[in-house]
Design a protein around this ligand. Structure first.
Ligand SMILES: [Zn+2]
Length: 277
């Protein structure tokens, strides 16, 4: 069931829930927006599975088809077909996570340069923000989940997308929440944490690990790369079991977000990590 877009915002903008931060009172739709197919699964797959299991419409969008990524080992396709393969893998992962829709924004992921130098995808910034706005509108998203300020391990495509999502939600002028994934949790070592984004909420996703593992397996072309980074572990063992989030919009002044998304995560067992440590 979808409320009419405008009346929905009127409802949410009303003073019915003055203790909340002036944003959505109900989460009906979440847009998970990554730069490459598999970012959504590796960085937030357990949470996405939780959301869809609770009836929230989860929409997956990738800015690119991951054309610059690995073709698998042994190769699953010829180099020119990797984008098509990875879009297909994203759709399979979406099925595993119970996604309501899956799509790409249509940018092209460049190959890594010498010494594995990573590049962003080529995009006019305003046009990229426009495509993000269109995706928010199309999916009627109450929450956008995306990359952190540091692009996790500094990936320039992740950082570009973070900035563009921030610009899009600010331009929207409507109460859409922006959270980033892989927020830093003190006391848990993880090379993908964004140091600049202290976690507002952290969630133990082991109850949804089956779905996350199934989605990770669906990204078949990337499985060997992932396993090389976690020697001696199976794919399932290598998946992070704590997923953590930082709210960027509206800015969370006191480190403790109060909105319907935060409430939903808390009800699923999320905790507020101490800001330092
Ligand atoms: Zn990525």
């Amino acid at each position: 069931m979808q409320a009419d877009w405008l009346s929905f915002f009127e409802y949410n903008a009303s003073e019915e829930n003055p203790e909340e931060d002036g944003v959505s009172t109900v989460i009906r739709s979440v847009l998970a927006l990554g730069a490459h197919p598999d970012d959504e699964t590796i960085l937030a797959g357990g949470t996405l599975a939780l959301l869809s299991s609770q009836g929230t419409a989860v929409h997956l969008r990738s800015a690119t088809r991951g054309e610059g990524g690995e073709v698998g080992d042994p190769p699953l396709c010829a180099r020119p077909d990797v984008g098509r393969l990875r879009e297909h893998e994203l759709r399979e992962a979406g099925r595993a996570l119970g996604a309501a829709s899956v799509g790409v924004l249509g940018y092209v992921d460049p190959l890594a340069g010498e010494d594995d130098v990573l590049y962003p995808f080529e995009a006019d910034f305003d046009e990229l923000a426009g495509r993000i706005l269109a995706a928010i509108s199309e999916t009627r998203a109450d929450v956008v989940l995306t990359h952190g300020r540091d692009g996790e391990y500094g990936h320039p495509a992740h950082r570009l997308l973070h900035r563009a999502v921030q610009a899009a939600v600010e331009a929207l002028g409507e109460p859409v929440l922006m959270y980033s994934w892989a927020a830093r949790v003190p006391g848990i070592a993880d090379h993908l944490w964004n140091e600049s984004d202290p976690a507002h909420l952290a969630l133990d996703v082991r109850p949804w690990l089956d779905s996350k593992a199934q989605a990770a397996l669906a990204h078949r072309s990337q499985n060997q790369l992932f396993l090389r980074r976690h020697p001696g572990k199976t794919l399932r063992e290598a998946l992070r079991t704590v997923e953590a989030f930082h709210r960027h919009f509206p800015r969370c002044e006191n480190g403790s977000p109060h909105d319907a998304f935060a409430d939903l995560l808390r009800a699923a067992g999320a905790w507020e990590p101490p800001p330092r440590g």
